[in-house]
Design a protein around this ligand. Sequence first.
Ligand SMILES: NC(=O)c1ccc[n+]([C@@H]2O[C@H](COP(=O)([O-])OP(=O)(O)OC[C@H]3O[C@@H](n4cnc5c(N)ncnc54)[C@H](O)[C@@H]3O)[C@@H](O)[C@H]2O)c1
Ligand SMILES: O=P(O)(O)OC[C@@H](O)[C@@H](O)[C@H](O)[C@H](O)CO
Length: 383
Amino acid sequence: MIAVHFGAGNIGRGFIGSLLYDSGYETVFVDVNKEIVDLINERKEYNVVLADQSKETVTIKNVSAINSIQDPDLVKEAIVKADIVTTAVGPNILPIIAKSIHEGLSLRLESNKTPLNIIACENLIGGSTLLKEHVYQNLSDTEKETFDQYFAFPDAAVDRIVPNQVNEDKLLVMVEPYYEWVVEQSKMIGDVPEVAGVTYVDELNPFIERKLFTVNTGHAVAAYLGYQAGMRTIDQALANEEIKDLLEKTLQETGLLLSKKHSFNVAEHNVYIDKIINRFLNPNLADDVTRVGRGPFRKLGPNDRLIGPAKQFIEMVGDDPVYLVKAIAAALHYDVKTDEEAVQIQNLIQEKGLETAIMEVTKLDQNSRLFTLIVNQYNGLNK
Ligand SMILES: NC(=O)c1ccc[n+]([C@@H]2O[C@H](COP(=O)([O-])OP(=O)(O)OC[C@H]3O[C@@H](n4cnc5c(N)ncnc54)[C@H](O)[C@@H]3O)[C@@H](O)[C@H]2O)c1
Ligand SMILES: O=P(O)(O)OC[C@@H](O)[C@@H](O)[C@H](O)[C@H](O)CO
């Protein structure tokens, strides 16, 4: 069995590649990072180390890699032979890889008319659906019908904290022991691929919202407040009782929304929240606040981990989301010079003013309740 995986980065090697190997796949990584591609091809294996006291090491074998800048034709040929295609490149890169996927799928139709699932393993709601939209962008109606007959883009939720790697061995990845990969089976085509550790569900929305609005909302709170307080890592940020308290209160807000919207059992959800906070406290991860806070433009997007639950909290709970709004204001203050999106937001605020910046980033209506709450919080009126 052959898996083609776009993105041989932290989650690609440390999570998806690892589960694919466990399931008997030969994995072909596609990446633009020459050093990583060359090393994978030279060694044909890499190590994954668990970030706990055991420091257990697993060697991932049966891997190769293609440099999609140097060898675009090899990417297409790999897609022709693939039994599954997965991605972990970051939401902003999906439109870029869509071109190779489109070309690969078109070539596949000439010689291998078997069903294929393409699964985006990114932190966003409807990631595979978005990828499909980009792949289908320039197809005629007839081509779309043919693609629909053979290809599917089931959405997924992936959860495993993989920090930035600072190892001498450039292929080694240190990962937390915990992981969860949930895939929407109702949107799949053909036989369901056997991937160890994947949970197949009929409806993904409760799972992706539970993950994004707990793990990633919580992470964002720790990162943006931690950064403001001068902390380097997430566990250091949470050693500060005030930040930990704000994190817990924010997750109570998203928990209230999630329980109401998806009829989650409140006690069970609280156990989930505690488990997530304990994962953040793992001192072996040393997860930089700047990795977790990266890309604030995306993270302040209308359906992402901060604005998404805050908007829905107002609509469904019928109250003001106090702590989510504090996190949003902290994200608007995030001014890391090496983060292009942070620089973009700070420039917007300076050049066009706070209100226009909030509208452009969050797409909120300036007459909405949430917009007013954010402006007041940012200006220090809501303590
Ligand atoms: N790291 C985590 O803890 C974690 C956990 C769950 C989900 N995710 C999600 O996984 C995705 C990847 O995150 P990551 O932490 O692994 O980032 P990363 O930067 O470590 O990996 C991304 C990889 O994509 C590659 N890439 C960039 N442009 C490409 C292109 N055009 N074609 C092919 N490859 C390309 C990069 O070279 C890099 O190797 C993101 O959507 C992230 O939200 C991350
Ligand atoms: O990957 P991002 O930038 O969307 O979010 C940063 C972190 O919150 C994220 O990578 C988590 O570590 C991950 O989602 C845990 O499953």
